[in-house]
Design a protein. Structure first.
Length: 414
C-alpha cells in the first residue's frame, strides 16, 4: 500500500466520522421529546388585500373609418407604431374633390357678380323713386332680387365649405395619441363610410382596469374603506398572467351605478400607469407592459395597514374540520388549536380567532408531533424569523381561499 492510498483512506474515514457525528448531534436521543421550532403569535401591522379578475382597457379607443368615398392611394403609417394626434394615416384620391371645390368656388364668384349688379339696380331704382319716373314696384322688385342673390351667395359659399371639408377628408389622420393596429385595406381599394373600420388606434398610457365585484364583497369593502376616504383609501396592484407583480400601482376612479342582474356583481374601474418598457424601434414600434384586452389579477390594498395577530403561514395546517395550529402548552406538550383565518401573505397568516398574543406556535418539526405529545421547544430558524419580518412590512395580504398553504403533505396526515 503506497502513501497516496493511505491518505485517501484516512480522508474517507474522517469524512464518514464527521457525517455520522453531525447526524447524531441533530437527532434527539431515542425516547427523547422531538425538537420543534416555535414562534410567538404577535400583533403586527399588515396590509389588507382583496383579489379579483380584471381586464385591461384603453382609456381611448378609436375605430378609424373613411368619411368620403375614394380610391386609397397610400398608407402612411407602420403597423404597430405609436403615433401622436394629427399624424397622417391614409391619403385618398384628391382629384375629384379638388375639381368639385373649384366648381363650387366658380359658382360663388358668378353669384357674387350677379349680386353686385343687383345692388346697382337697387341704387338706381331708389334714385328714380324720388322723381316722376320712379315707381315703388320697380324698387321693391330690385330689393327682392338683391336679397335673393345674397341668400344664393351664402348657400353657394356653404357648398364651398362642404367641398373643402370633403377634400380635407381625403387625408385621414389619427385623432388621439396611441398605438395603431394593422390595416384592414391596402392601396388601390375604394373606401368609404360603408367600408367599415380601416384600422384601430388605442391609447397606451395610462390604462384602465375594470373588474366585477360580487355585491356582498362590495358592501364589505365599502364598510371597510368608507370611513378611511372611500376610493382614495384603496390602492390597485396587478398580478400579470405570468405571475409577476406589475411594478406600478393605481387608484380607483369609478364604480358603476347598476348591479348586473345575471351575475349579482358591480363593475369597478381603476386607472394605472403604463409607461414604455424600452426605446421605440426605428419604425416607431413601442412595447408597453399592459395591453388592451389583457386579463390580469387585481389586488385592492388598503392605504392604511391594519393590526392583526400573525403567525407563519407554514405553521397553519388543515383537515376536514378546518384550519388549526399546534402550540406548546403547559408541560411542553403540543396542543391543537382550531383557528379562523383572515387574509394572508405568502409568509404570514392573520388569525381572527383561536389564538392569543404570546401563544407559542410550532412552525418547524410539525411532521414529528401529535397533539398531547411532549416536545422540546426552541426558537425557530433564522429563515422563518426573517421571512416573518419581511412579510410584515413589505408583502400585501392575499385573500384567504378557504385553507392554508405551506405545510407539507405529511403534516396533514394526522
Amino acid at each position: 500500500m503506497d502513501l497516496a492510498d493511505v491518505s485517501v483512506r484516512m480522508l474517507a474515514a474522517s469524512l464518514l466520522t464527521f457525517v455520522i457525528g453531525g447526524t447524531a448531534w441533530t437527532q434527539p436521543a431515542p425516547g427523547a421529546p422531538p425538537a420543534v421550532g416555535i414562534v410567538e403569535a404577535i400583533r403586527r401591522p399588515i396590509t389588507e388585500t382583496s383579489e379579483f379578475l380584471g381586464r385591461i382597457e384603453a382609456v381611448n379607443r378609436v375605430n378609424v373609418v373613411a368619411r368620403v368615398t375614394a380610391f386609397l392611394e397610400e398608407r402612411l403609417f407602420v403597423e404597430g407604431a405609436e403615433l401622436k394626434k394629427g399624424d397622417p394615416l391614409y391619403r385618398l384620391e384628391r382629384g375629384p374633390f379638388e375639381a368639385d371645390l373649384a366648381s363650387k368656388q366658380a359658382q360663388v364668384a358668378q353669384l357674387q357678380a350677379m349680386l353686385e349688379n343687383a345692388k346697382l339696380t337697387t341704387e338706381r331704382a331708389a334714385t328714380l323713386l324720388g322723381g316722376p319716373a320712379g315707381q315703388q314696384s320697380t324698387y321693391d322688385a330690385a330689393i327682392a332680387n338683391q336679397r335673393s342673390l345674397e341668400a344664393q351667395v351664402q348657400a353657394a359659399q356653404a357648398q364651398v365649405d362642404a367641398s373643402r371639408i370633403n377634400l380635407d377628408y381625403t387625408m385621414i389622420s389619427t385623432p388621439i395619441d396611441g398605438k395603431i393596429g394593422r390595416t384592414a385595406v391596402t392601396e388601390g381599394n375604394v373606401v368609404g363610410p360603408s367600408s367599415g373600420v380601416l384600422t384601430t388606434i388605442v391609447s397606451q398610457n395610462p390604462m384602465y382596469v375594470t373588474f366585477p365585484v360580487p355585491l356582498r364583497q362590495g358592501l364589505e369593502l365599502r364598510e371597510r374603506y368608507g370611513p378611511q376616504g372611500g376610493l382614495e383609501a384603496v390602492v390597485i396592484r396587478l398580478r400579470l398572467p405570468d405571475g409577476r407583480m406589475y411594478g406600478k400601482s393605481g387608484k380607483l376612479n369609478f364604480v358603476d351605478n347598476t348591479i348586473a342582474q345575471n351575475t349579482d356583481t358591480i363593475t369597478v374601474r381603476g386607472e394605472i400607469a403604463n409607461p414604455i418598457l424600452r426605446a421605440p424601434s426605428a419604425a416607431g414600434v413601442t412595447v408597453h407592459e399592459l395591453t388592451d384586452g389583457e386579463f390580469v389579477t387585481v389586488l385592492l390594498e388598503g392605504v392604511q395597514p391594519i393590526e392583526v395577530l400573525a403567525v407563519p403561514r407554514s405553521a397553519v395546517l388543515s383537515d376536514q374540520q378546518g384550519d388549526y395550529v399546534l402550540t406548546v402548552g403547559a408541560g411542553d406538550k403540543a396542543e391543537q388549536r382550531r383557528i379562523q383565518l383572515g387574509q394572508s401573505t405568502p409568509t404570514i397568516a392573520s388569525v381572527i380567532s383561536g389564538l392569543a398574543a404570546g401563544d407559542k406556535v410550532i412552525v418547524e418539526g410539525l411532521q414529528r408531533v401529535r397533539p398531547g405529545q411532549a416536545v422540546s421547544p426552541g426558537p425557530a430558524s433564522a429563515l422563518i424569523l426573517s421571512s416573518m419580518k419581511a412579510g410584515a412590512g413589505d408583502a400585501p395580504l392575499e385573500p384567504d381561499h378557504g385553507g392554508a398553504t405551506g405545510p407539507r403533505p405529511e403534516d396533514n396526515k394526522r
